[in-house]
Design a binder for this molecule. Structure first.
Ligand code: WT7
Length: 650
């Protein structure tokens, strides 16, 4: 089956490519045989104030310690801006495409330097020092990248929280990392609709205060001009503050292992964890993958449609492209506003060469009809990318044929918030493509498939995807909880990084990610823990118990299916159903809104009280004929009720 979607590298893809297949094989071998030498050489792709003498010092056992380039000194903002000024001060660094198609803006590297330096001074004057945390809750406007880079410039650790998260979620993240400064905008704008960011931030700061954490400064960008509440002494307008300061801001001397950012992400248990990335290795890896995976050439216009609230935005809108001196496009809007042609119109308007998006968007646009694509030109496109979830072969073929008209290779890039950069991916001039496969490991990446007992499997097989050794972009710890880092990623299979993904390796050594094997959902490319949604549900006064599972969803990849048991005396009703959906939205954010909620008089539990999720998944998928062994259930009869009232009938 894998070969029915085989697309061999075309000669024209290889002609000007940075890496051909021979080079890939040669470099890959070097990178695995002698990582010290390989990364010692490639670490030089960024500028160092003080060069490193040590390259790799990593241990996946004994408490787990990961250090790269550990005695080197550098600064990420310096690498993304200052070092380009001489050669490309007047080159466009950022193209901003607004939600409103009539608005855009171009920012040169020199202008970026000015904006970031001023903001660095504003933050320093607000008392922010190296190592302090700053929370960023912003729409997709140029200022979002300025604030990230300004933090990097002065050595502050940023934590960007996606604008779709609720005040509660934002509060938890502010308090967890102890961020005394928060940066937001009056409102965001998506598909013509305003998002009340400042109001959400106000509420979050109150909630955090209730939890004993005090935010001193809220810096606010005036974006839409919408009405906002103002707290004197705490709130500061961005445009006023940046006017008053100097445009010279000395970049902080950062050790390679000094933290760069925290990004909260969901796991199978507990609260979201603060994934911590550091400076040197992260930037080397982000910039190197950006260059080779997208075959980035000088002068290319590059567009990644992600939001800076996710790691994709960090590594492949901001840090990777800017470290390479690229022109990176940031888009405020959504794929279907004002029409499903928007992506392709933006590509034509700005002559985009490299385009990187998510399968969920592609599936939605595919459903809208080919005419929305066909009426645009798209001849500037050279490379197409996909990220965030498995791309089904149908969507892949549509992307290839209809969007790229068979001229552009597709790079299906597999990675995670934790990995900092792309780990498994084709290289456009090197890798024969198979629709639906992320294909082969990037340089320095050693994938292993293991069975449930941790036995490493060879050859074509299915297994749990682990990475056997460290790469420079890897997360270093969970912020404030190293033990959780070790437990989550290095304890399932001792001595290996466990990704949480299932995977198949075919006869050509190609990797096919099959999805999470833990209790993590991927809904429209957004990562969510079932445990988080369950705790939001049981926080509702009428709910006594909840179990959440994913089910296959045509557009979203996975949908959220909730089983809820009510407190004694409560009745199930349409009103309560709506109330629970609204409740989860407000606890976590709109991205976590349940697709289906089923009232369950009881949940299938073993005699020891463990919920049998396998059964719940099957019923949610409407595939209840093969429930497997239910004899160990405490009360097998609950299953019949759940089947009779299932919400997904084909
Ligand atoms: C999970 C990580 C990587 C940035 C965006 C998501 C899934 C990601 C692919 C892909 C199949 C993919 C995995 C992974 N995933 N990319 N190309 N093919 N699955 O980052 O939120 O940390 O989620 O997304 O399941 O574990 P994230």
């Amino acid at each position: 089956m894998s070969d029915s979607h085989l697309h061999p590298v075309k000669p024209e893809w290889t002609k000007n490519a940075l890496i051909d297949n021979e080079t890939y094989l040669d470099w890959y071998k070097q990178s695995i045989d002698d990582p010290e030498a390989f990364w010692g050489q490639h670490g030089k792709r960024i500028d160092w104030f003080k060069p490193y003498s040590k390259v790799k010092n990593t241990d996946f056992s004994n408490g787990v310690s990961i250090k790269w380039f550990e005695d080197g000194v550098t600064n990420v903002a310096y690498n993304c801006i200052d070092r380009h000024l001489e050669k490309r001060g007047d080159q466009v660094a950022l193209i901003w495409e607004a939600d409103d198609p009539s608005k855009d803006k171009k920012i040169t590297y020199r202008q970026l330097h000015d904006a970031v330096s001023r903001l660095g001074n504003v933050l320093r004057e607000a008392g922010v020092k190296k190592g302090d945390r700053v929370t960023i809750y912003m729409p997709m406007i140029p200022e979002a990248t300025y604030v990230m880079l300004a933090c990097a410039r002065i050595g502050a650790i940023h934590s960007v929280v996606f604008g779709g998260f609720s005040p509660d979620s934002l509060a938890g993240r502010i308090a967890d990392c102890g961020s005394g400064v928060v940066i937001t905008a009056d409102e965001g704008l998506r598909g013509g609709k305003p998002i009340p960011l400042k109001a959400n931030a106000d509420r979050a700061i109150e909630i955090a205060k209730g939890q004993g954490f005090n935010v001193q400064t809220l810096l606010v960008v005036k974006h839409t001009g919408g009405q906002v509440r103002w707290v004197d002494g705490r709130d500061v307008w961005y445009h006023e503050a940046t006017e008053k300061v100097s445009a010279e801001c000395e970049p902080e001397q950062m050790n390679a292992e000094d933290p760069l950012f925290i990004l909260y992400t969901s796991g199978s248990t507990g609260k979201p964890k603060g994934v911590l990335h550091t400076t040197g290795g992260y930037l080397v890896y982000a910039s190197m993958t950006h260059q080779y995976v997208f075959d980035y050439h000088e002068g290319d216009i590059y567009w990644c449609t992600a939001d800076v609230g996710w790691v994709t935005g960090h590594s492949y809108i901001v840090y990777g492209p800017l470290a390479n001196g690229a022109t990176t496009l940031i888009f405020e809007g959504v794929p279907n506003y004002p029409s499903p042609s928007r992506f392709w119109e933006v590509i034509d308007k700005h002559k985009v060469n490299i385009f990187y998006t998510a399968p969920t968007a592609l599936r939605a646009l595919m459903g809208a009809g080919n005419e929305h694509v066909a009426k645009t030109d798209r001849s500037s496109l050279r490379i197409l990318g996909s990220v965030g979830e498995p791309i089904n072969p149908e969507a892949w073929e549509w992307y290839f044929k209809v969007v790229g008209e068979e001229r552009c290779p597709i790079v299906d890039t597999w990675w995670q918030t934790e990995t900092g950069g792309i780990l498994i991916t084709p290289l456009p001039g090197a890798t024969d493509l198979k629709a639906g496969s992320a294909t082969r490991p990037f340089f320095g990446v050693k994938p292993e498939l293991v069975d449930g007992d941790g036995k490493v499997l060879e050859g074509p097989t299915d297994g749990n995807l682990c990475i056997a050794d460290s790469w420079p972009g890897q997360m270093r710890t969970v912020y404030g909880d190293h033990e959780r880092f070790v437990q989550t990623y290095f304890s399932t299979y001792a001595g290996k990084y466990f990704t949480g993904d299932g995977c198949r390796r075919d006869e050509d050594g190609y990797y096919w990610i099959t999805g999470r094997v833990d209790d993590v959902l991927n809904v429209s490319g957004h990562r969510m823990g079932t445990a988080e949604i369950e705790s939001a549900l049981v926080a509702h006064p009428k709910v006594s118990e909840a179990a959440v599972v994913g089910y296959p969803h045509d557009l979203k990849g996975q949908g959220i299916y909730c089983y809820v048991t009510l407190m004694a005396g409560e009745e199930w009703s349409d009103t309560l159903h709506k109330e629970l959906v609204a409740h989860v939205r407000s606890e976590i954010g709109p991205i976590a809104a349940p697709d289906k909620i089923q009232f369950a008089p009881g949940l299938p539990k073993t005699r020891s009280g463990k919920i049998m999720r396998r059964i719940l998944r099957k019923i949610a998928e409407d595939d209840y004929s093969a429930l497997g062994d239910t004899s160990t259930l405490a009360d097998p009869a609950v299953v019949d009720d759940l089947i009779a009232n299932r919400q997904n009938r084909k």
